[in-house]
Design a protein around this ligand. Structure first.
Ligand code: GLN
Length: 259
């Protein structure tokens, strides 16, 4: 009986040792894995290929930067407005979503150095009876944008808060792809969409929508990490500088912006 107890204790201790070793192995693995969050409705920066894989300028770039530094990368598709909360709660480690560096966001997350500049543009449906030549004309239509974006903020601050556009004519969408579908074939039939200029150009390539107005906002995109994660942001900045100095950068620009 005594011996049995002894053997049982030994087995218990062994199991604990094995368990600890196995667990530390797991931690090691997660330490080398980075989860990148994006909103894959923003071609050419992030979108879904025919087979469902998330690709795009931001995705290729952040994958290159992180894998060069020994990380494995997993990409998760999350609505734009939920990206910062997901970063703050540790569900993702990096945001790669053509995210504009703004003072408000800087209080919630830390940004890498800027990697791309953009402005806003106004998209309308080709052939629609819409006449927009300046920002005041927007007040005659319902205007849409993706919730939480700088385009959404611009409509809110410049048109709604100033009383130029009635609140009922401000349409918020979870995805920019939904906003553009609505522009083209309803059901709500938004008259115009405010969206980042490079993405407006990509949507216009379909021939169904066109840019009628450019709005200078002088935005710069950065990758975001959890506030205080200096180690990761430094690694991203080092990698970004290194990649920008190689032909990989030119090839990437060519791949996503000239075809
Ligand atoms: N650049 C814009 C912003 O940061 C839009 C980004 C997006 O919709 N993915 O708000």
């Amino acid at each position: 009986m005594k011996n049995e107890k002894k053997i049982f204790s030994i087995i218990l201790v062994l199991a604990m040792v094995i368990g600890t070793v196995a667990l530390s192995g797991c931690t090691q693995e997660t330490e080398n894995k980075i989860i990148v969050g994006t909103s894959a409705d923003f071609k050419p920066f992030e979108y879904k290929a025919q087979n469902g894989t998330i690709i795009g300028f931001d995705i290729d770039l952040i994958k290159k930067i992180l894998t060069d530094q020994g990380y494995t990368v997993e990409v998760q598709d999350i609505g734009f407005d939920s990206l910062i909360p997901a970063l703050q709660t540790g569900k993702i480690n990096v945001i790669a979503a053509a995210m504009t560096i703004t003072d408000v966001r800087k209080q919630q997350v830390d940004f890498s150095n800027p990697y791309y500049n953009a402005n806003q543009a106004v998209l309308v449906k080709v052939g629609a009876d819409v006449n927009i030549t300046n920002i005041n004309d927007l007040a005659n239509y319902s205007v849409g944008a993706q919730t939480g974006t700088t385009g959404w903020g611009w409509i809110n601050d410049t048109l709604v808060a100033t009383g130029k556009l009635d609140k009922s004519k401000f349409n918020s969408y979870e995805l920019y792809t939904d906003a553009v579908s609505d522009l083209i074939n309803g059901p709500t039939r938004v008259g115009a969409i405010v969206i980042d200029s490079p993405v407006a150009k990509a949507f216009a390539k379909s021939g169904n929508v066109k840019i009628v107005l450019n709005i200078t906002t002088n935005e710069s995109y950065g990758f975001a990490v959890e506030k205080g994660n200096a180690e990761l942001v430094n690694k991203i900045n080092t990698g970004l500088t290194a990649v920008m100095a190689t032909t990989y950068w030119e090839d990437l620009v060519e791949k996503y912006f000239t075809t």
